[in-house]
Design a protein around this ligand. Structure first.
Ligand code: NAI
Length: 330
């Protein structure tokens, strides 16, 4: 059975080929991302496709895939905001994802971004290489004793909470779907209380149509002045233009983003020799107190092993008429 991979990178080939020794699928790796521009090129007879965060599986794309005979869409990621699930159901295509792969990988990256922005190690690294040992401009703050607000207390949110407790932080969380604190010492609070009490806010909830741009001028206005905001979840959670205004006014003191609402055209590509027409990301990157990484929070060897083995196992089960726990549309 053939699985066609979209948005495939060398590391995808490496980890999927390694784990395929137990499954013996025919793996076809395409660099292009999937969208309306390319879906017609999918060869009839392709049973399964494997996609990543920036492949766009709209109803139009899914209907063409169904006509081509595709029966399985395997997402090699946790988030699924880029797939029209209802359209897949209607088209009779099964959809699976990797609901959990090393939540610690993402949580640890969020902490890495927080520490970098706060203690300015990225600036110090460059400075001392130029024999500049001045400390001016490198002032940070203690994490110990600060209040950290986590929005979305799922697997990654909990992993982040555990680390921040280790730093001696007070951890509060907002999660409308959690009815009791999942971890001792983490208080579940209403959103407004979290926004008002936190020194650091980290987003760990999925992007849904309901919470698109929920971090905007209104919610930022409820945060403490000088707030440190971290987003390793999905770019669409933040209204970037409002965040830029808040950076200009100083209301946001530090912003760390591993995801960006228009990342589809940028991330996972080497654009170092290109002119980037997106003024919003260019403005963001011009702030000294903004740290952008290109959707790399998941990127550890442990996570890639888990992603490859879970994805191939799910496709194997579906191909053999069984419904694994990773299925979203069975
Ligand atoms: P999860 O499903 O374990 O946890 C998500 C939590 O968010 C749940 O407890 C849910 O009740 C809560 N939630 C849902 N809507 C909410 C809302 N409006 N406000 C507050 N909480 C809400 O998911 P997990 O594994 O912790 O992943 C979280 C997100 O992280 C994913 O949806 C994905 O977007 C992102 N992610 C980013 C990666 C990266 O490399 N940057 C890698 C993996 C995931």
């Amino acid at each position: 059975m053939k699985i066609v991979f979209f948005s495939a990178k060398p590391y995808d080939k490496q980890f999927f080929s390694k784990h395929n020794s137990s499954f013996h699928f025919e793996l076809v790796f395409l660099e292009t991302h999937l969208g309306p521009h390319i879906v017609h090129a999918v060869e009839p007879g392709t049973t399964a496709i494997c996609v990543f965060v920036n492949d766009r599986l709209t109803k139009e794309v899914i209907d063409v895939l169904a006509q081509k005979g595709v029966r399985i869409i395997a997402l090699r990621c946790a988030g699924f905001n880029n797939v029209d699930i209802e359209a897949a159901k209607q088209a009779g295509i099964q959809v699976c994802r990797v609901p959990a792969y090393s939540p610690e990988a993402v949580a640890e990256h969020a902490v890495a971004m927080l520490l970098t922005l706060n203690r300015k190690t990225h600036k110090a690294y460059n400075r001392v290489r130029e024999q500049n040992f001045s400390l001016n401009g490198l002032l940070g703050f203690n994490l110990y004793g600060k209040t950290v607000g986590i929005i979305g207390l799922g697997k990654i949110g909990l992993a982040f909470a555990r680390i921040m407790k280790g730093f001696g932080c007070q951890v509060i969380a907002h999660d409308p779907f959690a009815d009791q604190p999942k971890m001792e010492d983490v208080r579940l609070v209403p959103l407004d209380q979290l926004l008002g009490e936190s020194d650091i806010i980290s987003l760990h909830c999925p992007l849904t149509p309901e919470n698109h741009h929920f971090i905007d001028a209104r919610t930022i206005g409820k945060m403490k002045k000088g707030i440190t905001l971290i987003n390793t979840s999905r770019g669409g959670l933040i209204n970037t233009l409002d965040a830029i205004e808040a950076l200009k006014s100083g209301h946001i003191g530090n912003l760390a983003i591993d995801v960006y609402e228009q990342e589809e055209k940028l991330f996972f590509k080497d654009l170092s020799a290109e002119i980037i027409p997106d003024d919003m990301i260019q403005r963001l990157m011009s702030f000294p107190n903004v740290l952008v990484t290109g959707h790399q929070a998941f990127f550890t060897a442990e996570a890639l092993d888990q992603i490859a083995s879970t994805t191939l196992h799910s496709v194997f089960e579906l191909a053999n008429g069984r419904i694994p726990g990773t299925v979203m549309v069975g």
